[in-house]
Design a protein around this ligand. Structure first.
Ligand code: DQA
Length: 143
């Protein structure tokens, strides 16, 4: 079982970017922890990050053939991207949306996420641990 973990714009800077909001763990740290968790249950992860909306859309298309579930932090595209929502609507596996920060506690433009209309579950405000929480959930759903 392969699970995609997709990350949107600016998350390549995780660990250095506004650490007071997003913490000091990097995407590489998250990848190591999630890979261990998945492997312990006989699953695999593939982690992607892109600053380009179209690349995220294309990776979701690829997931249609390859991934049993998608965990996605669409970052700023959460609040703007109908294209990412449409791509996820064309994907048939489980989708869990992750936000490191609690978007509801922040500026009002962050309160709405297009992706939440498709997500089977949403985890926000749990820091980078949110990725592992999402992965645990997906692994238990996939059985
Ligand atoms: C984020 C929240 C978004 O509002 C923001 O644009 C991000 C990261 C989060 O993980 O908390 O880039 O998705």
């Amino acid at each position: 079982k392969l699970i995609y973990i997709l990350n949107g714009p600016n998350l390549n800077l995780l660990g250095k970017r506004q650490p007071e909001i997003y913490g000091t763990d990097t995407l590489a740290d998250i990848e190591i922890r999630c890979r261990q968790l998945a492997q312990a249950q006989g699953a695999e992860i593939a982690l992607f990050q892109s600053n380009h909306e179209g690349e995220i859309v294309e990776t979701i298309h690829e997931a249609r053939e390859k991934a049993a579930a998608v965990i996605i932090n669409p970052a700023a595209y959460s609040h703007t991207s109908v294209a990412i929502l449409d791509a996820l609507n064309a994907y048939e596996g489980k989708v869990v949306e992750v936000h490191i920060s609690n978007i509801h506690k922040r500026e009002s433009f962050r309160h709405h996420s297009y992706v939440s209309a498709r997500a089977d579950g949403v985890i926000c405000g749990c820091g980078t641990e949110g990725y592992e929480l999402a992965l645990r959930h997906v692994l238990s759903l996939l059985g």
